[in-house]
Design a protein around this ligand. Structure first.
Ligand SMILES: Nc1ncnc2c1ncn2[C@@H]1O[C@H](COP(=O)(O)OP(=O)(O)OP(=O)(O)O)[C@@H](O)[C@H]1O
Length: 341
């Protein structure tokens, strides 16, 4: 559905050349919800502008929904862009138009006759849950309702791809959840490919199937969400995961405290993914090894692809006993790391 091979985008500025997107290679399958996460300045907005044809790459191969965008004429680009829709952080609604009229706008631009427009607008209003608000103006809507209008408008011409540019960043946590649920529902019901850029790991956790982490214009890590959560390779990925678990900060505090108390034993970190998080592993360890084990910190996060859990334990045992325990834990497909001894 979307393929980028060695795509770069450079801008000439007064201070020299800025490489906003640097040698990015990426493939997004049809029907996926794909998250691109990065801090401010990482190049996410430029990447999304490349995907919707608002910018053209300085080099590289770029294909979206069957179109090699850099090769299109202006007229072809206009047609292609009807199938590549955008949802914006600040909604970008027309304030002088009602909900119905905002949603109808892209249909008018595409030349859909008035009679068909009305039926399509009604379908979209139902799809995004705005029944009864047809005649309201944007100023009379909550942030979540405004974003529902933005999503309905983006879906009007039956796009192949929906690009979401920080679509929930201006919303409170509860409204964020309801908009993410709506996007997830649309993905399931329409099989629509969704690419969303964000700086919030929570957004990735809740709805994405796959994620790419961007830093200084590059994709530094990517893969299925659960895999990246469980085995992050880059420090920047770990820092995003800490937004959710806070785990390592807590572990650092606990380790410092245990060191001060001069207690014997080791601290181990267990990482569970999917069904492993439902096993009674701790009870089994205590029964099997008869060692004092205390739970220092635990967290479990549910992603659209299954659960992901972290557990920090303090275990008092000899190095041989710890090694034996490790062999057992790993035979249960749970990752174990000794983080302090
Ligand atoms: N049109 C432009 N001209 C010059 N430099 C640009 C242009 N667009 C982006 N940049 C630069 O490219 C880099 C990446 O910017 P970009 O906006 O894509 O990052 P971002 O991850 O979306 O950050 P933010 O969330 O803050 O928008 C920045 O250094 C930015 O200043």
């Amino acid at each position: 559905m979307i393929t980028l091979r060695n795509v770069s985008k450079r801008f000439e500025t007064r201070h020299g050349i800025v490489t906003a997107v640097d040698d990015v290679t990426l493939h997004i399958e049809a029907g996926q919800i794909f998250g691109i996460i990065g801090y401010s300045g990482a190049g996410k907005s430029t990447l999304i502008r490349l995907l919707n044809g608002l910018e053209l790459p300085s080099e590289g191969y770029l294909e979206v929904a069957g179109h090699e965008l850099p090769k299109l004429t202006t007229a072809q680009m206009r047609t292609a862009r009807r199938k590549i829709s955008m949802v914006f952080q600040h909604f970008n609604l027309l304030w002088s138009r009602t909900v119905e009229e905002n949603i109808s706008l892209p249909l008018e631009v595409a030349g859909v006759p008035a009679s068909e427009r009305q039926q399509r607008v009604q379908e979209l209003i139902e799809l995004v849950g705005l029944n009864g608000r047809e005649q309201a103006y944007p100023s009379q809507l909550s942030g979540g309702q405004k974003q529902r209008v933005g999503i309905a408008r983006a879906l009007a011409n039956n796009p192949d791809v929906l690009l979401c540019d920080e679509a929930t960043s201006a919303l409170d946590p509860k409204t964020t959840n309801s908009i993410l649920e709506l996007l997830s529902d649309i993905n399931r019901r329409l099989g629509l490919t969704i690419v969303l850029i964000t700086h919030e790991m929570n957004v990735v956790r809740q709805i994405c199937h796959r994620v790419a982490v961007m830093e200084a214009g590059r994709i530094v890590e990517s893969g299925p969400v659960l895999e990246v959560f469980a085995h992050p390779k880059q420090e920047i990925t770990r820092s995003f995961i800490r937004q959710l678990t806070g785990a390592e900060d807590t572990a650092d505090q606990v380790i410092a405290h245990l060191r001060k108390a001069n207690l014997p034993g080791v601290i181990i970190k267990l990482t569970f993914i999917g069904n492993q998080s439902e096993q009674p592993l701790i009870a089994t360890l205590i029964q099997r090894y008869q060692l004092p084990i205390s739970i220092l910190h635990g967290s479990i996060n549910y992603t659209s692809e299954g659960a992901f859990g972290l557990l920090f334990l303090h275990v008092q045992g000899s190095p041989e006993q710890i090694l034996e325990m490790r062999t057992f834990i790993e035979s249960q497909d749970v990752d174990m790391e000794v983080i302090s001894s």
